[in-house]
Design a protein around this ligand. Sequence first.
Ligand code: ADP
Ligand code: MG
Length: 319
Amino acid sequence: MSDAAISIRNLVKEYASQGEAPPKLALKGVSFDVPEGGIFGLLGPNGAGKSTLINILSGLVMKTSGDVSIWGHDIDRNQRNAKANIGIVPQEIVFDPFFTPFEVLENQGGMYGIAKALRRSEDLLKAVHLEDKRNAYARSLSGGMKRRLLIAKAMVHSPPVLVLDEPTAGVDVELRRQLWELVTELNREGVTVVLTTHYLEEAEELCERIAIINHGELIANKPTRELVDMTREKIVVLTVDRDIDVLPDDPAFLRCEKAGDQIMEIAYDKDRANAGQVMSVVQEKGFTIRDVTTREADLEDVFVRLTTEAQAAEPASAG
Ligand code: ADP
Ligand code: MG
């Protein structure tokens, strides 16, 4: 067996057409491995296909084609073992409002066929810091408490892999911190964690490795360090006094692109150059600068860059 906690190969999901809506290809042949032991981030904008992928893992959504293994068990051939080895915290919070946190966990334990004596409901409530809410109605819990209860619920059968779908979407900074700590604690105890997020900052803080998904395609799968380095660039947009025939070039530039007849966008590494230097180079090449704006590269730029690179690489790798 490989060291992958989750292995995904050529995963395709097409949602059937609904009424006027055409079929939707939500996953276009995604392949990657989640290594055992770490915190793995699946990052992508809304609509990228993250929940579709997670819901395939949990069995909520049927894949169209491709192979998925969880802890070495194929989800088609060995569904029971695959399910036993994963806990999933869905994006939507759904509870029966009249159960208490203790009952929610006991019921879930029952669903997994865990004998009463072997259930860990009390320990799990402690682990997610809800022991004092043991007997409260679920409907009286705050949003953050509900999320923590969902994490405990996903851990009832002690799976080695925990998947959280956008655990911090729409939660405040304080609660986000709490959830990050909880996830880190679980990981320290040996649980492999996968989380989806559309916040780069969150993936950066928590994850050793980040895969980026965009329009159903995997466009990056890198150690976090490498990905963060890509956001270290800054972009200066210069409007010059005449039409640009030849773009200036310089070792200090990461990229220089034409954004209009008289507009150029120059990316540079902000640790190694500054806007002043970039402008001097442009002036030395005989341009007069009429206007300047600068911006930090953000996730959007990283996306654009990665998708452009992926498209450029396609013809070569297609054969
Ligand atoms: P994410 O979780 O990254 O925001 P989703 O996996 O929820 O993305 O959605 C991916 C794409 O699939 C979106 O375009 C979404 O509208 C579409 N989609 C999701 N669920 C369904 C469904 N049940 N039927 C049809 N299209 C769907
Ligand atoms: Mg989603």
